[in-house]
Structures are given as structure tokens and as C-alpha cells.
Write a protein that binds this ligand. Structure first.
Ligand code: ACM
Length: 545
């Protein structure tokens, strides 16, 4: 019922008097409601109509993007636009042109020009053509997102000239298949939704106390044992006594699944960032291989509840070698320049209590457990740098000294990110305050069970990833921002979509659109049209208040 009311409100929004408000195209009631807001939108009179007689023009590498556009348009249109070889726009055609002259718009920027006779997508790189195609899709009626032929629609696009490029290079969403496994099909679907919003980094949190989710050929027990837990906590972890559901939960991605996910994402210009957690959040791995832990005589099982688990890897050479073996397979699967090694919430009680660890600290000439964690991460930093990659970790990796090549993902507020940027390290902003999408997005009493928090749409929209205390040079180290979907309380893909959208649409503007052009009310007006697209796509977003 609530959903119906929201739909009615949305219909009202699209029936506003047609017209254009402002040169930026903030609101264009005839359907020009592009999310994220482009840098410059100059609407013009008239429309271009796509029919079965329209052709796509492309040559060289642009053909790949033309094929992608062809695939995006064909199901709903019911015809497949032919691709003709060429690099010059022509009447009656949609041309996709790689043009080195557009380098000033960066690797992801593009121009999209629609007039009554033709459509031209131009970019220096393929990614730009892909984003121009995403924008073009949003200029069409929402029915374009249907997956079967829609009769009785004229596929027209309003005339417009758009120049666009992202504000930040890192535009990310994180998902957590470790706590509740996310089936591969749902990951692919999430990637489609990301592409629509011009996100370019999918952070996969693959290992944690409650589950190990990636096949590692050299260590099969990681998934034979580590991917399955006996049961799961019912309700909130803070509510005692704890009760459990008595049902096994698990799953993992085979290496072929990972290859499929990575390729599918790459085709949509999305990098997949793998996270292999260490030294904490290690219980599933230690369950599989007890010699990795601090109490090797103890037989553990993957954790069945939520919170910060005390089980932590030991710091033996063999454990470092084990983790580097894991990373070796990870590097083969993920072309990502960055590899995430976690580093967060590694409570040191077991290190403090273990005579072997204390001896190790002395042997390495270290002063504390914090320095041992720093040493641990440095082993991985050296390894990854030696393989031509870069380490990224949660901001705890600053404690005890940051590894030389490390990039910091700042989650406990922005302080870690600020400290890292000031010392010349790159940073991805991911603070709980604005980007923890596992937090409630309305009053707790009326929202589904969540970890807690209160992070509403407007607050996400108002986020500014560059802290005021950074100077211009330091600010360059802020690569961008991303939202986190920790899944203790997100047990299925529809709930993941509910937590992600529409907040991800707001974050998409934070990381893509020019800061000075962002206005929440104008965003809401565009969003009301945009939600019609998500309705067609059956994205199970949280309705607007
Ligand atoms: C985190 O939320 N523990 C990074």
C-alpha cells in the first residue's frame, strides 16, 4: 500500500508542467532526470526517435561499447540496432566515437549530443562511451529497462547537449557476502544497478569470522569448512539471551564464479576490489586451518553470531606465507590495482595472552601488539607492491605505523583519512557517519532490523568527501568515497537492495557530480523519475518518506 502511494506521488512528479529549470538540467519534467547529475546539460527543442531503421555507428574499440548499447536497448525495443563500421556521425544513426581530443574530460568523461537527426556519443576512452550510453538510456522512457518487448511506445530522446565527467576516480559500493552469502546472480544484478549509477568499484568483503567465500585451490578446507556455519543468531546481537536459528548457512564463489563476476563487472567498467581480512576477523580461516590461530590445540567453527570476535591469526612465518599464497591466487583472479587486506577490529587479547606471540614480538624487535599488526600489514604491503599492486586497508592500519605503499579506507570517521592524506597516502572515504548503508534509513521502530545508526537519504546527499582541513595538495589524495553494506542483518538480496537504494543514488551524485551543483530538492525531483527506472528493474529500494 505504502509503495502504491509512493508510486502515485512519483507519477505526479513526472506530470509537472514540462519545461526546463536552469542550464544544468536539474529538473526536466519531460523525463530528463539524469542520476547522477551531469556536469553540463543544455536541453534543446525537438526529439530524436529510435526506430528499427536506426543504426549504431562505431569502429575499433568503440564497437565493444556499441554492442553493449545494442544489448541494453534491444530487449524492450524488440529490435536489435545494427552496428555499421564508421567513425563519422550520420543522420538516422547513433554514433559512438573515440576521440582523443576529449582527453580533457578524463578517462571517464564524455559528450552526448542529441539533435532531431542524430545522436553522437564521444569520449577519449571506452569508459566514457559506456557512461554516455548509461545517460542515453536515462533519456529514454523508463520502459527501456524492461527485459521483453514493450509495444506501443515511441522510443524518443529529447534533444540535448551534455558534457560530463566524474568528480572522483573512486566511486564505490561495498558488499559483505561473508556474513550472509550473496548468490552470484545477485552480485551480477547489483553490478547492473551500480553501472546505471556510474559507480566503478565493487568492494567484495570475501572473508570474515562467519564465512570464507572464495575458493582457494591450495587450501581447499577454507571453503570446505570455512564457508559453512552451523546456524545464525536470531535478532540483534545486543539482545540477550542469544537465540539461534538452528539452520546451516554458507556458500562460496568458485574461482570460475569469480572470473565471471570480475569480467561482467569489467565489461561495465567496474573494478572488483577483493578483501581478504587479516589479522583479525579470521575465525573462519582458523576453523579450517587451526595452525593459523593463537591456540592451535583449539578446534573452532565459523562464528554463528555478530560482533567483534577475538580470534586472530598468529604471526608465524608459515601464517604469513599462507596468506601470501592466498593473495597469489587472488591476484590471478582480480586485476584490481588495489587489494584490500582488512586490518580493522583486530583485538589483541589473544596476542597479549600468547607466550609464542610475545616471543615473536621480541624476536622482531617490536614494542607492542600494535607494532606487530603494523609489521603484519607491512609484510603484505611489500608482497603486493612486489607484484605490482597496492595495498588498501581499513584505517586501523595506521596504528603502529602505516606501511609505505598503503592506501587507507577511512571508516571510523574521517580522522584516519585526514592523517593519511596529510602524510601523502591515498584515501578512500567510507565513514560510518555518511556511508554505512547497513545503518537504518528512518526511525528504528519502523525500519527492518538493522545494526543501528541513523543515516537518512539527505545526510548521504550532503556528504562532502574532502575534509575542510586538507589543503589542495593533500586533497588530491582523496580518491573518492564508497558506501558499506555490512550484512549481519542483511540476509537476502532484496534486503541488500532496500539498504542500498535510493541512498546509493545520492552517493552517486556525491562522487560524480560537481559539488557546487548539488541541491537536495532538485535531486529529489530527479529521483522521483529515476525511481520509475528502479521500479521497472524491480530494484527493491526503500520508498521515499
Ligand atoms: C568496519 O566496519 N569494521 C570496517
Amino acid at each position: 500500500m505504502f509503495r502504491l502511494l509512493v508510486l502515485a506521488a512519483m507519477m505526479g512528479a513526472t506530470m509537472m508542467p514540462s519545461g526546463v529549470q536552469g542550464q544544468t538540467g536539474q529538473v526536466h519534467a519531460s523525463g530528463l532526470a539524469i542520476v547522477p547529475l551531469p556536469v553540463e546539460v543544455k536541453p534543446a527543442a525537438g526529439r530524436f526517435t529510435i526506430t528499427s531503421a536506426t543504426t549504431l555507428i562505431a569502429t575499433g574499440e568503440a564497437v565493444t561499447e556499441a554492442r553493449m548499447l545494442q544489448e541494453m536497448l534491444a530487449p524492450a525495443m524488440g529490435f536489435c540496432l545494427p552496428i555499421t563500421d564508421g567513425a563519422a556521425p550520420r543522420d538516422g544513426a547513433i554514433a559512438l566515437i573515440l576521440d582523443a581530443g576529449l582527453k580533457k574530460l578524463g578517462d571517464e568523461g564524455y559528450m552526448l549530443e542529441v539533435n532531431g537527426q542524430r545522436v553522437v556519443l564521444r569520449a577519449a576512452k571506452r569508459a566514457g562511451l559506456f557512461y554516455a550510453s548509461q545517460t542515453l538510456r536515462q533519456l529514454l522512457p523508463p520502459a527501456i529497462f524492461r527485459r521483453a518487448r514493450v509495444d506501443g511506445i515511441t522510443w524518443t530522446v529529447p534533444c540535448v547537449a551534455i558534457t560530463d565527467h566524474p568528480r572522483f576516480a573512486w566511486r564505490g559500493l561495498h558488499v559483505d557476502p561473508a556474513r550472509h552469502f550473496i548468490p552470484k546472480s545477485a552480485v551480477l544484478r547489483f553490478i547492473d544497478a551500480m553501472a546505471l549509477h556510474k559507480f566503478n568499484n565493487l568492494h567484495l568483503h570475501l572473508t570474515d569470522d562467519q564465512g570464507w567465500r572464495i575458493e582457494i585451490k591450495k587450501y581447499p578446507k577454507l571453503t570446505e569448512i570455512g564457508a559453512w556455519r552451523d546456524e545464525t543468531l536470531i535478532g540483534h546481537a545486543g539482545k540477550e539471551p542469544h537465540r539461534f536459528d538452528g539452520r546451516p548457512h554458507g556458500g562460496f564463489y568458485t574461482q570460475d564464479d569469480i572470473r565471471e563476476i570480475v569480467r561482467y563487472a569489467a565489461d561495465r567498467h567496474i573494478n572488483v576490489l577483493p578483501e581478504i581480512e587479516m589479522p583479525g576477523h579470521a575465525r573462519a580461516a582458523i576453523s579450517a586451518y587451526p595452525e593459523l590461530g593463537c591456540n592451535p590445540g583449539e578446534r573452532l567453527k565459523p562464528w554463528t553470531r555478530w560482533g567483534v570476535c577475538p580470534d586472530i591469526f598468529n604471526a608465524d612465518d608459515a601464517t604469513i606465507a599462507f596468506l601470501q599464497d592466498v593473495l597469489t591466487e587472488v591476484l590471478e583472479l582480480f586485476p584490481s590495482k588495489f587489494i584490500h587486506v582488512g586490518g580493522d577490529e583486530a583485538i589483541k587479547d589473544q596476542w597479549k595472552a600468547s607466550p609464542a606471540i610475545q616471543a615473536r614480538i621480541r624476536e622482531l624487535g617490536l614494542a607492542s601488539e600494535a607494532e606487530l599488526q603494523s609489521w603484519f600489514i607491512k609484510q603484505m604491503d611489500t608482497f603486493l607492491t612486489g607484484h605490482g599492486r597496492r595495498l588498501i586497508g581499513w584505517d586501523e592500519i595506521l596504528e603502529g605505523g602505516l606501511a609505505p605503499g598503503a592506501t587507507v579506507m577511512s571508516w571510523r570517521g574521517e580522522a584516519g583519512g585526514i592523517a593519511a592524506a596529510k602524510t601523502g597516502h591515498d584515501v578512500v572515504m567510507a565513514p560510518t557517519t555518511h556511508t554505512y548503508f547497513d545503518y537504518c534509513q528512518g526511525p528504528r521502530e519502523t525500519e527492518p532490523l538493522a545494526i543501528g545508526g541513523d543515516l537518512r537519504l539527505h545526510k548521504v546527499y550532503e556528504y562532502e568527501p574532502i575534509p575542510a582541513e586538507l589543503d589542495e595538495q593533500q586533497a588530491k589524495h582523496i580518491l573518492g568515497a564508497q558506501a558499506q553494506h555490512w550484512s549481519e542483518y542483511i540476509s537476502n538480496p532484496r534486503h541488500l537492495e532496500y539498504m542500498a537504494f535510493p541512498r546509493a543514488a545520492a552517493l552517486a551524485e556525491v562522487v560524480w557530480s560537481p559539488k557546487g551543483q548539488r541541491q537536495y530538492d532538485a535531486f529529489l525531483a530527479r529521483l522521483s523519475s529515476h525511481l520509475q527506472r528502479l521500479d521497472v528493474l524491480d530494484v527493491s529500494y526503500r520508498p521515499l518518506d
